[in-house]
Design a protein around this ligand. Structure first.
Ligand SMILES: N[C@@H](CCC(=O)N[C@@H](CS)C(=O)NCC(=O)O)C(=O)O
Length: 359
């Protein structure tokens, strides 16, 4: 139970590779506010009268058309040092209508950039404070994208070895969305990966301070948070069902058969005298043949697995097939699969494939 009149506050700190003047401008110029002041996946229209007592308004719009409007007034403006403003949700929402919370931002020059410290205070409940803190984590990532000279690559770091098929799937998704990321070639179960993903698998994504892991979750994040173009997850239920089905099949069966029990036997041989383990390969090949035959049927009418357009399903299988077709049995099986070869050729022609080719 809250004590009477008890309020809660959230404090967020960020280092931004930009001058305090640039960070300050992003809080007071409407044309700049309109480029960052909303969580990922949303768009915002902004008005702002940058003087103490002046009003501002942020109209945020989600992909599904829902709108959320924030209003308030500037309470403190010290160029390159401090911004204060009140914050309320028009029409209620997370905070009851007419209740103003307070934001205080302090900017300190540090290491050629700026340390931003934001305090958002006056919440009536810890849960509302926490949901705002989560929102700010996403909003401040957008501020970082805008001001860091590296853009999104200064905010988004994907951890994982470029040779991993799952890492390539995630990188292709970002490349398809036109989003630059930084690749940190951390091996599975390394301290850097474990700090993001408790299961130690790669890829693992850090968006600013937000950890995101499991390839399916990462590609969904890439898809929904960036760009206004077509989504990689089909929107019609028929095509979406086919896409999700293939992603599930690839994760549950194809990766195990084709990568773990086949490709890796050649790439990282664990048999006698450092040779590939023939028994493991011989057991995997018939299963791989069955899976490839199903894929051959699925690619019969289109270069894509679901809905006649590129989707996650193609991004999950392409990096696997790129290895399979280079191994003796895989190459032989795929020789008789013209649909699969055609679809792979179409995928290989995409810039996202060339840009993610492992060394
Ligand atoms: N379910 C995970 C699987 C990721 C995965 O298995 N990645 C491999 C590299 S391709 C890995 O980390 N292997 C280390 C291990 O198996 O411990 C995902 O979808 O991200």
């Amino acid at each position: 139970m809250n004590a009477p009149n008890e309020t809660f506050e959230a404090t967020m700190t960020r280092f931004i590779r930009a001058t305090p003047e640039q960070v300050y401008a992003a809080f007071v110029k409407p044309e700049l506010l309109a480029r960052w002041q909303c969580p990922r996946g949303m768009a915002v229209e902004a008005t702002a009268e940058a003087h103490v007592g002046g009003s501002y308004r942020l109209a945020m719009r989600a992909r599904d058309g829902s709108r959320f409007v924030v209003i308030g007034q500037y309470t403190a403006l010290e160029p390159a040092r401090r911004v204060g403003y009140t914050w309320a949700w028009e029409g209620g929402g997370p905070i009851p209508e007419g209740t103003f919370t307070q934001i205080d931002v302090e900017l300190t020059p540090r290491d050629g950039g700026t340390e931003l410290c934001m305090r958002h205070s006056g919440f009536a409940a810890a849960a509302v404070r926490d949901s705002h803190a989560q929102g700010w984590a996403s909003v401040l990532n957008r501020l970082n994208d805008l001001l860091d000279p590296q853009g999104t690559a200064g905010t988004l770091t994907l951890l994982g070895d470029a040779r991993s098929t799952y890492v390539r799937t995630a990188r292709m998704a970002f490349a398809e969305k036109g989003v630059a990321i930084t690749l940190d070639p951390a091996p599975p179960h390394s301290p850097a990966v474990l700090a993001v993903n408790p299961f130690g698998r790669i890829p693992a994504l850090l968006d600013g301070q937000t950890p995101i892991w499991e390839t399916s979750a990462i590609v969904r994040y890439a898809d929904e948070c960036f760009g206004d173009g077509p989504l990689l997850l089909p929107q019609s239920i028929g095509a979406r069902m086919v896409c999700e089905r293939w992603v599930s099949v690839i994760n549950a069966y194809c990766y195990d058969t084709m990568v773990r029990r086949y490709v890796l036997q050649y790439v990282q041989p664990r048999g006698d005298n450092g040779q590939p383990d023939r028994a493991v390969i011989d057991k995997a090949v018939p299963e791989m043949a069955m899976q490839l035959a199903e894929l051959e049927k699925a690619y019969e009418r289109s270069d894509f697995l679901a809905g006649g357009a590129l989707s996650f399903a193609d991004l999950f299988i392409a990096p696997i097939l790129a290895y399979v077709e280079r191994m003796p049995e895989g190459q032989r099986l795929m020789t008789d699969m013209p649909n699969l070869r055609r679809a792979q050729a179409a995928l290989r022609a995409r810039p996202s494939f060339a840009a993610t080719e492992p060394q």
